[in-house]
Design a protein around this ligand. Sequence first.
Ligand code: HGY
Ligand code: MN
Ligand code: MN
Length: 416
Amino acid sequence: MMQDDALRASSYVDASRLLDSIETLAHFGAGEDGGVDRPALSPTDIHARRHLIERAITLGCTVRTDACANLFFRRAGLEALPPVMTGSHVDTQPTGGKLDGCYGVLAGFECLAALNDAGIQTRRPLEVAAWTNEEGTRFQPGAMGSSAFVDPGLLEHYYPAKDGDGITLAAALATHCEAFPTLETRAVEKAAHAFIELHIEQGPLLELANIPLGVVKGIQGVRWYAVRCKGVAAHAGTTPMHARHDAMTLAVRIRAEIAALAHQLGGDDTRITFGRWTVLPNSINTIASEVTFSIDFRHPDPAVLGAFDRKLLDCTARNAVTSEALFIHPPVDFAPAVIQRVADACHALGVPSLSITSGAFHDAMYLAKHCPSAMLFVPSRGGISHNPLEATDDDHLVLGARALAHCLVNLCNEAP
Ligand code: HGY
Ligand code: MN
Ligand code: MN
């Protein structure tokens, strides 16, 4: 009977309802280039959250939040057992797409609607989460909401984090409270039964393999640093080249040294990015007095990540510049039993799947500390993400939601 419910739920996933919900959410922060710019806890994020809250209420869910403005949309179960959770994030990169994070939240909503349409009651509650500030572009580090859900003690360290306008996370959270004054707070409960995050792959592997679903066994490790290089401001026209202390010249040299040591340590699996540069005074005709650049280093091997930390410290000390760690997370292995549920769902739908390790980090990396967790991927067209051109074939989006529904129902009906 339970297995029928899993297949029935997946068959009630409504393609046009899911695809329409993706387009509707994308309106909040929509750019002319087809992308989305929805910074965490910004006015556009607040509007998007209000839309989700209203939709969840029409689906018969209870809606709650927590001290980090995570949103929890819960469908009651027949028994007061720990819930099965799914979901992702709805904040985006500045030049983001409409699927990164949003797809996982909206596919969770689609599963709620499919269960309602199918008249299926599950043993356990099913709870869809929208985690705050996963991207970490407005406030560092990334995955703030999910990490604070798993370890509430982190929040006091997050409160002073400032965005580019000097607004603190604490102030942004207060604005969220003002926007939703009657939202109930989710009580801190014991661990959920399981967590599954459905997400676009954001890379090329599924498309290259021509396989529509990815069974994600883990996530590689990540390091974010800020490196600050000092110089001396001086006149661009009068200062002889030999007399300059140009912070940009120093920064470019150190960037090259760090890139070389990363590739030496990490080989072909190295992923290093220097994505954010702040130049002072940032004037065409003044030699830079200070240049701060970011490092985003990823690798699946914890030994390589540790060696990178040490060599970076050595490099910055030798060059008399400073580095600040913004985000450190080791590689994560997901729970075999939940991975199996994901693989079973792909098999039940008669769809080939590929076992994959995620190159991107996700909220599931923290939920894996809270309860048995795993992820499910659908292909990204051209492997493109964090770009307005981010896209996934409609039939893959629908297939991912069907597989998610299948997993969730089976997990929701597992005995204590
Ligand atoms: O950066 C990441 O891996 C995620 O997409 N925020
Ligand atoms: Mn994401
Ligand atoms: Mn992202």
